[in-house]
Design a protein around this ligand. Sequence first.
Ligand code: AHM
Ligand code: MG
Length: 333
Amino acid sequence: MKRISLTQHLIEQQRLHNSIPSELRLLIEVVGRACKTISHAVGKGALGEVLGSAESENVQGEVQKKLDIISNEILLEANEWGGHLAAMASEEMESIHPIPNRYPQGEYLLLFDPLDGSSNIDVNVSIGTIFSVLKAPEGMAAPTEQDFMQAGRRQVAAGYAVYGPQTMLVLTTGNGVHCFTLDREMGAWVLTQADMQIPAETKEFSINASNMRHWFPPVTRYVDEMLEGCTGPLKKDFNMRWVASMVADVHRILSRGGIFMYPADSRDLSMPGKLRLMYEANPMAMIVEQAGGAATDGKQSILDITPHKLHQRVPVFLGSKSEVERITRYHTE
Ligand code: AHM
Ligand code: MG
């Protein structure tokens, strides 16, 4: 196999599509390096004393794990000094993190969920990092939260790393979705799948079914129909998978199709779903659309939502196009 490194891939993409200026390439490479460091920490487990709770809470009231905090620190430190960013924002920080004055300011904004799937850390199940890159608005002086309030459609890059049996980096800069595997001996990202495509049809769905009694009618109807299998209206049997790490569920869908759902439900009407728009749903939606799939909140493409706050939550339906279109249609019927 001819080995194509992340750097070579980014340079070739720039030559082909003129879509990855060197500042953006530097940014993506730095994020890639940080993900290697996180992967290393994850792999140490109990030997690295990285497991367990940090006994603190983040802004969303979730108990932070040690690895949530470690991963956040790794991403902040790696990205602060390169001169490619104006500010960062993270699931684990209440407000944005402007680049300190001692470093030059760049023109990009970086958002991340440093360690997604936190409930899986201590049980050795796949977890990941999700990131999204926006351009700072023209003429921005000191960055504010308002500068981040851009629809997902304006992302210039998005990606995730999944820390599973293999560590992988999946990336889009708006010209397809490309997957790299970490060569652990060499410490290098090697291109292992170019132009990932999600099959349009699927027989596999992902939802946390323990919330069933709280669902709204369109979701109940859809899941009931899938469970009826080949004798029901959808005329085929479905299989179900739920990892409880969005990265792992999305990676499976990217590899072999499927539909992933984290709907809003009746538990707390002020909280539309569990997942966060800006650093979970938006980057995953860009990846899924770039791979020929679809991603909606039940009404519109996730990428068309204009955010109004950093930690905003959103219902998520994403994956194989025909099934995402079906559940979106059920919301209007
Ligand atoms: P996290 O970012 O705090 O880990 O939360 C997000 C995760 C997603 O990765 C996953 O799809 C979902 O929460 C799982 O939720 P549940 O606990 O309902 O299974
Ligand atoms: Mg998360």
